[in-house]
Design a protein around this ligand. Sequence first.
Ligand code: ZN
Length: 335
Amino acid sequence: MADHPKPKSRSTEDIENQMLVDKAECKISVNVVDFYHNNHMVVIQTQEIDKTGKAIYSRFKLHLSSLELHAPVLANFLTQALDNVEGTEENPVILPFTTPEFTCFLDWIHDREWRPFKITEESLVDLLRVSSTLKAEVGISYAVSGLESLRLPSARMLQLVGDFHHLPEVHYWVGPAVKDLIQRPLGEITNSEAQQIAAAYPTIARTRENIQRLLTQVSQRSFALKLADKDQQEEADLCLTHKECQKAWKSVWKENIGYLLLDFQKPLTYRELLELLRNTDFPKVNPSCKARMLNWLSRKTDYPGMKELVEEAVASIEDIYHVPRRGPAPENPKV
Ligand SMILES: [Zn+2]
């Protein structure tokens, strides 16, 4: 074949001009395939009421694609809305969120290194509210982990359980919050905390009273130096002066230990009690009897009856907040 002349390089402008000529002469036909059919713009409207009671509307113009990853349910809903000629400037889709809540949700979706989502209690609660309504699982997990990491006061955590009780993710907050609140003197619970836990307050007050009663009983019983099981009883029989041991134990307990359980502000925890017994001198108690007693006591984790009182309080507060009774803890705790 004869040498082809080297093709002359053509500019984009040349090609476009040629295509226009070809098109005009019907030499080519063009099929448009819209790969961007999901990439529609959608207009969303939210509102907030200002201090004077006036409604202020805000509109957000968004690419549907920006919502698909983080809010698939919303993206799906908006796609259908667009098919029905909603979500336009003239006919925006109205969502049931306040403007700050929805702004916060969008800030989270558009979280970038140079414009990071601001983690505050308020922003996370807004994110949780919008995400839970939209069933946006990633947003729910993010907000739940974030709120856990803020280590908010227990009363506030219980209030959030009340607000979001339909989310299983918050059910695990009840136990730790209740355990913390029942350990605090009621006088320390501020008015605003009392309001936050309004429905649970009577249960917390009652449990605290029951704990005081239990500690009073323990302080009077002195965990008498008689031993719990048969083996130990037999060992105790080897102590020839065990009656003296018991008497001496009781007297030291009365002098130095019992009253600490009755401290209304900060009663002794079981762990503190064990530590105190270990470090207290019991001059007339046979050292092996003391050691055996401590060994027996340290096999328990709390005062007898305490675990039941706490579990009862947690269960009754779960009922108050419509939280289903506790199942097993999640396999992969998020925090
Ligand atoms: Zn003894």
